[in-house]
Ligand binder design. Structure first.
Ligand code: PLP
Length: 437
């Protein structure tokens, strides 16, 4: 019998695959996965942040068990159910006044962003949307339509305008990056993009898939002022970096802004599919039967999400993200002092990125070495992937429950992987079957 990975390729389509190495898992607990060959893998991705509490968390197991033992239907389309109402009440208590209106539940970041994109246009009567170059807002037609990530193979919406996300490392300083990005936005408003036609600006409080870019100080305050001036709604896509990961419950809090609409996903369900949009009542109640899928608001996923939020609060996981993220960050900074491949270490809390470059002066992306590094790390027992519009930023989004010992263990493996790649010990041929993105 061939291994699980080989068997998968004979039955499962590759359309949803984003593969970096031959990973096949049969179980997991906490920050560790169990591979089908019995190896323990330390998971620094948490399935792109979805496994926010790690694997097999008792609070989620208990909540799902309870919800299934007396199941309140399978949907909220035609009936109210208690887990959804409790979850909505909880989420409303966790967002700023400005957004505290009504909640919509979906399955994924993609359906949530797609819904918001349709909703803001319908509710404001303004046809245009702003988003960032490099932005990943989802993989459905409507969410791809408002995204700017070059790896996507779908088209952009007609009303979409993309503006650069400030890249402090590429620009040489946060100030230079901020000034250039704001100048571009102001120029657009003064020329081809009448701000009065823009319904919403989809922002990423940290641009994760575009390369774990941190906004320079004051950048989003300036964006907020421009949006307020022109009546443009601010949509904060918190799908990957929200819910405690940045060290605060909401990642936009780090920039001191108050968005109008907030989108949650990934880690909200702790591994189960659920997303949420929160925003002002007038916008969120613009029309009935406007965006629905049959098992939206199912009580099982809602119960899991409520357990996730309660656990984040009770176990102070945002604080853990800040503290353990700090330890992780310091260890990565020490690696940067020894590995010339590392050009930049950045991020907040447990949303960290390590940009690999051919040399530190030209900052030429070391994309091949990045792919080899994650491959080698996997061989050595660490799971992490890469992001970035040039495919050269290692992304660390471990479970929010990560311990400091686990953080150090992962960095020790990464240390070895980087050394092996730099010494040419890993054959490029290992990458043949792995396209990454
Ligand atoms: C992953 C992601 C999405 C899409 O979420 P899915 O669950 O894959 O549909 C949207 N926005 C951001 C910022 C993401 O990281």
């Amino acid at each position: 019998m061939p291994g699980l990975y080989a068997r998968e390729s004979r039955s499962i389509s590759s359309m949803a695959h984003l593969r970096f190495f031959p990973q096949a898992v049969v179980g997991g607990s906490g920050a560790y996965l169990t591979a089908d060959d019995g190896r323990r893998l330390l998971d620094f991705s948490a399935s792109w942040g979805a496994a926010s509490l790690g694997h097999s968390h008792p609070a989620i197991r208990e909540a799902v068990d309870r919800a299934l033992s007396d199941q309140a239907g399978a949907s909220y389309l035609s009936t109210a159910n208690e887990p959804c109402v409790l979850l909505a009440e909880k989420l409303l208590s966790l967002v700023p006044e400005r957004a505290r209106g009504r909640i919509w539940f979906g399955h994924s970041g993609s359906d949530a962003n797609e819904t918001v994109a349709r909703m803001v246009v319908a509710a404001t009567g303004r046809p245009r949307i702003l988003a960032f170059e490099g932005a990943y807002h989802g993989g459905t037609v409507g969410s791809m339509g408002i995204s700017g990530h070059p790896a996507q193979q779908g088209g952009r919406a007609e009303g979409l305008t993309l503006v650069p996300y400030p890249n402090s490392y590429a620009a040489g300083s946060p100030e230079a990056a901020k000034d250039a990005a704001l100048a571009r936005l102001q120029h657009l408003f003064a020329t081809e993009l009448p701000p009065g036609e823009v319904a919403a600006f989809f922002i990423e409080p940290i641009q994760s898939d575009g390369g774990m870019l941190l906004p320079p100080d004051g950048f989003f305050k300036a964006v907020e002022a421009l949006c307020r001036k022109h009546g443009i709604l601010i949509v904060s896509d918190e799908v990957k970096v929200g819910l405690g990961r940045s060290g605060r419950f909401n990642a936009f809090e780090q920039s001191g802004i108050e968005p109008d609409i907030i989108v949650f996903g990934k880690g909200l369900g702790g591994g189960l599919p659920i997303s949420a949009v929160v925003g002002p009542e007038a916008v969120m109640n613009h029309a009935v039967a406007f965006s629905l899928q049959t098992v939206h608001g199912n009580p099982i996923c809602a119960a899991a999400a409520l357990a996730v939020l309660q656990t984040i609060e009770r176990n102070r996981l945002a604080e853990n993200a800040e503290r353990t993220g700090g330890v992780l960050r310091e260890s990565l900074d020490r690696l940067a002092a020894r590995h010339r491949l590392i050009g930049d270490v950045r991020g907040r809390g447990l949303a960290l990125g390590v940009e690999l470059v051919e040399d530190r002066t030209s900052r030429k992306p070391a994309s091949r070495q990045t792919a080899l590094t994650v491959y080698r790390a996997f061989q050595l027992g660490l799971v992490l992937y890469y992001v970035g519009v040039r495919s050269n930023v290692l992304e660390l989004t471990p479970p929010l429950t990560l311990t400091q010992a686990e953080a150090r263990e992962g960095v020790a493996i990464l240390d070895q992987a980087l050394a092996d790649v730099a010494a040419g010990r890993i054959d490029d041929a290992v990458l043949e079957d792995f396209a990454g993105w």
